[in-house]
Design a protein around this ligand. Structure first.
Ligand SMILES: [Zn+2]
Length: 273
């Protein structure tokens, strides 16, 4: 199956796509109204606008560094996952999305990195918890959030993963316990973005790593903007060997061109593999 990820509602209906995802809230904090014609996507703990308005929302490391774009390894600002009022707001957006379309995709779920979060609230909650291990406590916080979100999602619950399948890495980095999450998540989504896809061996390596790491099905999301159509087709064929659905991000026209050629070539017996 092949699908699209877009911010443009009209592209959700294009007949070439078997699946369509619509960005309702992204990491800038920009929010749109959820739609009925596609799976609504919600950036949960990535939100520049919210953190700009209230810097106290950002997680802090033990050294007191906030997880914002000022840090060299963050492209957007994060919100601390134990912040109850913000969580409630996200869960309301999930409910609103689910009222439009039964399937919902959760993006940017988790702690920003292993050294987060040491805010006063997190430290107090950890100390009051039954956990002796901070990583185990963090994973419990995230699993509980996903469970609460999934409870509001009548259809399929999708969860986007940072593309690191090495054993233990997502758990340590973000507090994502894949086995525990699989109880609430119907399908994971792994973005494997490249600006050109001139090579694809790494795509295969990462996808096969996730095949080992996950018991649940997963889809692969490719970056379609300005990518040469032949390269995009080749990347899609590699991903398709592992993925439930191959999704094309943010350039529906290029994605449609790739799918039309892919279908024409499969009719003619041409293979890119
Ligand atoms: Zn915190």
């Amino acid at each position: 199956m092949f699908g699209v990820v877009t911010r443009n509602e009209d592209e959700l209906e294009w007949s070439e796509f078997d699946a369509a995802f619509y960005e309702v809230k992204d990491v800038t904090g920009r929010a749109a109204e959820p739609v009925a014609g596609g799976t609504n996507m919600i950036s949960c703990f990535g939100d520049n606008a919210a953190v700009e308005a209230d810097p106290e929302l950002a997680p802090v490391s033990a050294d007191g560094e906030r997880a914002t774009r000022e840090r060299p390894y963050f492209d957007w600002a994060y919100v601390c996952p134990t912040r109850a009022d913000y969580r409630e707001g996200i869960l309301e957006i999930v409910s609103d999305a689910a009222a439009q379309n039964p399937d919902v995709r959760l993006d940017d779920v988790g702690f920003p990195r292993a050294e987060y979060c040491h805010c006063e609230r997190c430290t107090a909650q950890f100390e009051a918890s039954d956990f002796d291990d901070r990583f185990a406590w963090r994973a419990d916080v995230i699993t509980e959030f996903v469970a609460e979100a999934a409870d509001r999602i009548p259809g399929r619950t999708y969860l986007t993963l940072y593309p690191d399948p090495y054993p233990g890495h997502l758990y340590e980095r973000a507090g994502l316990d894949l086995d525990a999450l699989a109880e609430y998540v119907d399908e994971f989504v792994v973005p494997l973005y490249d600006m050109a896809y001139t090579t694809t061996y790494w795509l295969e390596t990462i996808a096969s790593g996730f095949e080992d790491a996950l018991d649940a099905p997963f889809s692969v999301e490719l970056y379609a903007v300005d990518v040469d159509v032949d390269n995009l087709i080749h990347a899609a064929e590699v991903a398709d060997a592992y993925a439930e659905t191959v999704l094309f991000g943010y350039d529906a026209s290029n994605a449609r061109a790739a799918l039309r050629r892919l279908k024409a070539e499969s009719r003619d017996g041409v293979s890119h593999g």
